[in-house]
Design a protein. Structure first.
Lengths: 224, 151, 1073
């Protein structure tokens, strides 16, 4: 899932403060799972914004709306009937959702309430960690199912750097060394010899370096 | 002989701030303790409005925020003693939610001290009266919330 | 009937009623002071003045005495009335400037200050004469009267001396409106209070009282021995003031005959009265209390409201001593151990420290018997973390220190080995238990045999049997025990009865029929609000008329009405009538607590064809009227707000239905040791098919290896008896060599897949997988052939010791150590049992038991005594100085570091027997995961509640028994197995289970399967469905709402506590409807 977290409250408030009536749009997908932008968070943030505005003796009307997904126009269109008098939409979907809402409603200011952070998993209740960087050139079959791009701080492809200490990364003592994980798992699987194989440099053009990406499946196109 | 009105007889001139407090209580313990305080006629001032929950585990962060939005000067949550939750761990979850909410309300200018959680058992009628008085006095000392609505 | 006009409002009143009464019935307030419902009014204080106008023209009269008449015009709030009342108030205030009641009247009438100067000493008496009248007219005593004239007039007893006729009934004080008169002044000395037995005499109680706060039924009764009416025939005040008319002096005790198929004896115990042990000073020194009294002192609802105070002066004690074994383990009183007092003292010391950090508790003991589940770690916490001091010594004398009333104790210091004195502020005697004379008499009537102490022990392996068919025993009456064993035994007795009477089960149950519920989902809310006076309980403080008026203004309210007692039969009928005639579809009752009264009103709704969950209560009694008595105006505002909040919620209420699921009336029992087989046989005896799943190829478990119990029962024979019975039983399906590998379903129907490939289904599961003996890796065990564990020598059928030879036993091998922090409970008794057996076989052999504490709890203490009398030597070592064992050929030598002498003792031993710990099976963890039930760190299963639900898991429909739950002996395992079977049988005895109606439901549209609910639920109720959404089976949901409050998509709502309902209350709190 896409994992995100809310921006600092004062930042959000600073963005919406110039408006009298805003819509707070939540997304019922990934960001609901990571407790950043679902209906519950919409309720909490709306309440906080109203109270904060009252402190400044400002009028702020917050229209609360959570749709199933902000990355599909059919769902985004469900927001339309509630847009009456709304000066700005504060989306607490991921960056894709914010932009897609903006594309759909050309005349309304759309603001981001979240910092979209990574593709990851629920590690435990309340803990989410990164697993994938969307590099476009998956190498998990070479690295015992542990991604060197996402899990090594330096995205090294051929073994750890000198900063790997006691299985931890030099970046932080809480971060496991990605290569340690790879080696451990190779060992457990009895394929440690793969560690010896040299992985050629990544094709970063498939990643962000090749510009905005697009996937096009003609067979799925709508027939008009 | 000149009559001097005794001090005791002069009516108080400075109005005391009477806080409005919402109490979210667990049915199994705090609500029962409040009942017992009643049975024991343990007097305290009438500043608290009780809302009954089946367990403090039902406490939603939104309830706390709504109460402040509705102008509550203080919000108290009272659940079973730790380790004695009727539903195993509801009170422990509630404690975390209360602490989290303290951080939220601080961001909008509400003193997190206006929100408190207590733990007591159903047989602690006197303790309910005591924490009620304590909470009322505590919130009184904090003064009115900026969201207070005069009725 | 008379019709009159009060303030322009037409009021009808009974002929003979007073104007005041008529005004009250119309909700018109008139201030009163001297009026008292116990007596006829006399119009003495005249604060209730009103203006009337009749044929004689307008004039002011006292409304409390002036009768109503047809056509009378009354004004209660005109200038002249107010002026007259002010004058009265000013006069009273001049005389009583400091009296609270007079000041309140002054406030109500708008008098700020007395206009007249005091003529003398301020007084509290307004000379209304109510005290004189009640004494003379009601009590027919006449102990007091007016004396003197003018401003010197006072109420006194003749000659101002102590009255010889005063009966100290206190009626004068009861009716006095200003609190002036006190009966102790009249009688010459303070009347003795009526001691409250529930508070162990530390508190007092009124003549009319409830036996104790949680008594059932919670109805007050008159203490006839202390009631003036029952003693003199006079008084009758309670009957006059009770607005419900509930007092019936003629009510007499009734005898009833019940026809029953079985009897369960649970008469409990009596605490030992230490008055007979004069040297302890109980009854002579006020600061010596019993542990039960101290329990009350610690109780938040006790006589000191939980503040630790000592009786002599109410001071906060600092040093508190606890004396153990008072009335236990003592030849002069009772030789047995009372089993609970060590933990009780530990708990009391801990709680005392929690209440007051300044308290420094010391417990004087012989052995600390922390043998129960979790007790050892509690005891360790007490001594290492909480600062409770334990002194292993008997106190030889208790003296009171003159002046301070402190207590001077003497004892032999166990470390220094010499006499020590210490001063304590308070002394708590840990009194033991003894059978009650009532229990003994009851047992005799039923022909039940008792032991020499008066306990009803039953035969070995029959922990709830009495020897008389159809008569069972539970609790302390069968021997001293702690709460978990008592509860376990109680369920066991119920289970045994269920087996015994299984054919009659359900034959006398009648089902109530209700009218078909009306569907109100599409209707606009029409809320009926019923405001209760509760006599004067609510109406005495809260202005119920104003609450009524206010409720009418609330949106959605279709009907409002007040009644004297809303819970009375006729009021309930009235509610039903109003629901029908006004088309009400939601009902709010503003009265007392829903904890006691909600079910009553819900029943009324059902009878009126409404769903019972369309009901809500506002608690304006316990939470309002009773706790805000001094501020009626504010209390009224609060009551109105509570009603507004409740109505707001009521508008949002919807019908909730209980779901009923069919019960697969078969049981699954996992484990076929003594506990498992006992449970299986009990369940089959109750008429149910049982699937008995056993890991091993054979039945019997540990029972096959044990020989006898301390009480002489043959365990192996019993295990064989059980396994034969199991094999013969055609309702029991055996699955040997099988272990559960996965589970589906829930209470009512569990499906268990076994390792053999078989599948079994049952409505309930009993886990009785047993335990094992720890294999010691030290003390030469496994290396030397003559080093055995207790179980190993039992398996061998004992050992031969030559005359003059020696056998040494070491206790706590593998128990009470860091890796196994618990006490194994059975090993002390087991060692004593084996020691006695050896002594019997080889009287000339030496038997030495090396121990840390001897924990032969309860009646097993007798065997410990017998062992000492038989010459078994018990020597104690300290935790950190374990014995050392060496061998030379066949010969063993044990070096014991004696804790008492501080010296090392070398004992040559022919045999060394290790009392090895009872261990949990490692398989428990895997089984716990399959069944989704918790396993503790030490590997034993964790029950739902340590004290109150010892045989249940928190998950509905799964039960636990035997060693799988924790160390225990055969009798205790059997009791717990019967308990589990009894509890399980309750479920299986029904065709269907009615699930709670207040459950969490998932909105599939909103659910995004984040699994938060699955992870947070304490009961494992939510489960992902094939379509990805989560389902919460109503039968598994306990209705706590933890999931609903956690759901990030707001997809879960808990019935009766939906977000919109709770938020409506909060919005109403803010004044918005």
């Amino acid at each position: 899932m896409i994992v995100a977290k809310q921006k600092p409250f004062e930042t959000i408030y600073g963005m919406v403060a110039p408006n009298k009536r805003i819509m707070l749009a939540g997304c019922g997908s990934c960001v609901t799972v990571c407790f950043a932008g679902g209906e519950k968070e919409v309720g909490i943030l709306a309440s906080l914004l109203r109270m904060r505005a009252q402190k400044d003796r400002k009028d702020l009307d917050v229209v609360e709306a959570t749709i199933k997904r902000q990355c599909d126009v059919e769902f985004i269109d469900e927001l339309k009937p509630k847009l009456d008098g709304v000066e700005a939409i504060l989306s607490i979907g991921c960056g894709a959702g914010v932009q897609y809402i903006a594309e759909r409603f050309g005349k309304t200011i759309v603001l981001p309430g979240l910092d979209t952070t990574f593709l990851g998993v629920t590690e435990a209740m309340g803990v989410w960690t990164e697993r994938c960087q969307g590099c476009g050139d998956c190498k998990l079959h070479l690295t015992a199912g542990v991604c060197p791009i996402a899990r090594c701080s330096k995205s090294l492809l051929n073994g750890p750097c000198g900063g790997s200490m006691n299985g931890k990364c030099e970046v932080s003592a809480d971060t496991p060394c990605g290569w340690q994980l790879i080696v451990d798992r190779m060992e457990a699987l009895g394929i440690l010899d793969r560690y010896e194989q040299i992985t050629p440099a990544n094709d970063w053009t498939a990643s962000r370096d090749g510009g905005p990406r697009r996937i096009d499946r003609e067979d799925l196109h709508e027939i008009k | 002989m000149v009559e001097v009105p005794s001090e005791k007889m002069s009516p108080a001139t400075t109005p005391v701030f009477e806080p409005r407090i919402v109490a979210l209580l667990c049915h199994y313990c705090a609500f029962a303790a409040a009942d017992m305080a009643g049975v024991m006629r343990l007097q305290h001032s009438p500043n608290i409005r009780v809302i009954r929950l089946p367990c403090t585990g039902k406490l939603d962060i939104l309830y706390l925020l709504r109460a402040f939005e509705e102008g509550a000067d203080g919000v108290m949550v009272a659940g079973c003693e730790e380790g004695s939750c009727h539903f195993v761990k509801g009170n422990l979850v509630a404690k975390r939610r209360v602490n989290f909410t303290k951080g939220l309300v601080a961001q909008v200018g509400i003193d997190p001290e206006r929100l408190r959680m207590y733990n007591l058992s159903s047989s602690m009628g006197p303790r309910w009266a005591e924490i009620s008085r304590e909470m009322i006095e505590h919130v009184r000392s904090l003064g009115p919330s900026h969201l207070r609505r005069e009725k | 009937m008379a019709t009159l006009a009060i303030n322009g409002i037409t009021v009808t009143a009974d002929e003979g009623a007073t104007i005041l009464e008529a005004a009250e019935s119309a909700g018109i307030n008139i201030p009163t002071l001297c009026r008292h419902r116990a007596m006829l009014p006399t119009g003495a204080c005249r604060i209730c003045m009103v203006r009337i106008e009749d044929a004689r023209g307008p004039r002011l009269v006292a409304s409390c005495v002036h009768p109503v008449q047809d056509g009378l015009k009354v004004e209660t709030d005109t200038d002249d009335v107010r002026e007259a009342r002010r004058m009265v108030a000013e006069l009273m205030l001049a005389r009583c400037p400091d009296n609270a009641a007079v000041k309140e009247i002054a406030r109500q009438t708008g008098v700020a200050d007395a206009a007249w100067a005091d003529r003398g000493e301020p007084d509290d008496c307004v000379l209304c004469g109510r005290c004189v009248e009640v004494c003379h007219d009601v009590m027919k005593v006449g102990a007091i009267d007016f004396n003197g004239r003018g401003s010197a007039r006072t109420v006194r007893a003749p000659f101002d001396e102590a009255s010889p006729v005063c009966q100290q009934c206190g009626a004068c004080a009861f009716v006095c409106p200003t609190g002036k008169i006190r009966p102790d002044g009249l009688w010459g000395h303070r009347p003795g209070p009526l001691r409250e037995p529930f508070e162990e005499g530390l508190g007092c109680r009124p003549t009319i009282n409830r036996p104790f706060p949680s008594a059932v039924p919670s109805i007050p009764a008159i203490d006839r021995g202390n009631c003036v009416h029952f003693k003199t025939g006079q008084c009758g005040v309670c009957q006059k003031v009770c607005p419900a008319g509930a007092i019936d002096y003629d009510e007499a005790a009734r005898e009833r005959t019940l026809e029953v198929g079985a009897v369960v004896l649970s008469p409990g115990f009596r605490r030992f009265d230490p008055s007979g042990l004069g040297e302890l000073g109980f009854g002579r020194f006020p600061n010596v209390v019993t542990s039960i009294q101290f329990e009350r002192i610690l109780s938040a609802s006790g006589p000191t409201m939980g503040v630790v105070k000592r009786p002599s002066d109410g001071a906060h004690p600092r040093k508190i001593a606890f004396l153990q074994c008072v009335g236990s383990r003592d030849r002069r009183t009772h030789v047995y151990c009372s089993a609970f007092c060590c933990m009780q003292a530990t708990k009391e010391a801990m709680i005392a420290r929690e209440h007051d950090r300044g308290i420094d508790p010391t417990i004087f003991f012989m052995d600390i018997r922390a043998f129960g589940k979790g007790f050892e770690s509690y005891f360790n916490r007490a001594r290492t973390e909480t600062g409770v001091r334990y002194v292993r010594s008997q106190v030889s004398s208790v003296k009171e220190v003159l002046g301070s009333r402190n207590l001077l104790l003497s004892w032999v210091d166990p470390v220094a080995g010499r006499r020590t004195d210490g001063e304590f502020d308070m002394l708590v005697l840990s009194v033991g238990a003894e059978p009650s004379p009532e229990g003994i008499a009851l047992a005799r009537k039923l022909g039940v045999a008792l032991d020499e102490h008066g306990f009803c022990r039953g035969a070995p392996f029959e922990p709830v049997g009495t020897g008389v068919e159809g008569v069972y025993v539970t609790g302390m009456f069968s021997g001293p025990k702690d709460i978990p064993e008592t509860v376990s035994q109680a369920s066991a007795a119920a289970g045994a009865v269920a087996s015994y009477l299984h054919e009659a089960r359900g034959t006398e149950v009648s089902k109530r029929e209700y009218p078909l519920q009306k569907d109100v989902a599409s209707e606009e809310p029409r809320v009926g609000v019923f405001v209760c006076h509760c006599g004067i309980n609510i109406a005495g403080t809260v202005k119920v008329e104003e609450v009524e008026k206010f409720a009418r203004t609330l949106p959605g309210v279709a009907h409002v009405e007040r009644s004297l007692f809303t819970c009375s039969q006729d009021s309930q009928q009235n509610i039903k009538k109003r629901i029908a005639e006004k088309g009400l579809n939601r009902v709010v009752v503003a009265s007392c607590t829903p904890r006691t009264h909600e079910p009553i009103f819900q029943e009324t709704l059902r009878e009126a064809a409404l769903n019972p969950y369309l009901f809500e209560m506002a608690n304006i009694r316990e939470h309002c009227a009773w706790v805000h008595q001094a501020v009626p105006d504010e209390a009224t505002v609060k009551a109105m707000e509570l009603v507004a909040m409740t109505v707001a919620k009521a508008r949002m209420l919807g019908a909730l239905q209980t779901t009923s699921i069919p019960v697969h009336r078969e049981a699954i029992v996992v484990g076929a040791g003594i506990a498992g087989m006992t449970a299986a046989l009990s369940l089959s005896g109750q008429g149910f098919v049982v699937h008995l799943v056993e890991r091993e190829g054979e039945l019997g478990g540990l029972g096959r290896r044990l020989r006898t119990t301390l009480r002489g029962g043959d365990v192996r024979a019993h295990a064989t008896l059980l396994s034969d019975a199991v094999k013969r039983n055609d309702r029991i399906r055996l699955h040997t060599g099988a272990a559960p590998v996965s589970m589906g379903g829930h209470i009512g129907r569990f499906e268990l897949a076994l390792s053999t490939g078989a599948k079994v289904e049952g409505g309930v599961i009993v886990v009785a997988t047993g335990g094992r003996e720890h294999k010691p890796a030290h003390f030469l065990h496994g290396e030397h052939p003559r080093v055995l564990t207790q179980l190993e020598i039992e398996e061998r059928g004992g050992v031969d010791v030559p005359d003059g030879g020696n056998i040494v036993m070491i206790q706590c091998v593998g128990s009470r150590v860091p890796e196994r922090g618990y006490c194994s409970r059975v090993c002390c008794s087991q060692a004593v049992k084996n020691a006695l057996a050896i002594k019997k076989k080889h009287p000339r052999a030496g038997v030495t038991v090396l121990y840390r504490d001897i924990r032969t709890y309860g009646l097993y203490e007798e065997a410990y005594r017998a062992a000492r009398e038989a010459g078994v030597v018990f020597l104690r070592f300290e935790e950190d100085r374990q014995p050392d064992v060496a061998s030379e050929g066949d010969r063993l030598s044990v070096i014991h570091h004696d804790a008492e002498f501080g010296a090392n003792v070398m004992i040559a031993a022919d045999w060394l027997v290790l009392s090895a710990a009872v261990e949990a099976l490692p398989e428990n963890r895997a089984l716990g995961e399959v069944l989704k039930v918790p396993v503790m760190d030490d590997g034993f299963f964790l029950e739902a509640h340590a004290k109150l639900r010892p045989a249940d898991f928190a998950s509905e429909g799964i039960f636990v028994a035997g060693l799988a739950h924790g160390p225990k002996n055969a009798d205790e395992s059997i009791a717990q197995a019967l308990a589990a079977a009894g509890r399980a049988g309750i479920i299986l005895s029904h065709d269907t289970i009615e699930a709670n109606a207040v459950v969490s439901r998932v909105d599939e549209e909103k659910c995004i399967s984040c699994l938060t609910c699955v992870r947070i639920c304490p009961y494992d109720a939510p489960a992902p469905r094939a379509d990805g959404t989560v389902e919460i089976p109503a039968v598994k949901c306990q209705g706590c709402g933890l999931c609903a409050a956690a759901c990030p998509g707001k997809a879960i709502q808990l019935g009766k506590f939906k977000d919109e309902q709770v938020e409506a209350m909060i919005t109403a709190f803010g004044g918005r409807q």
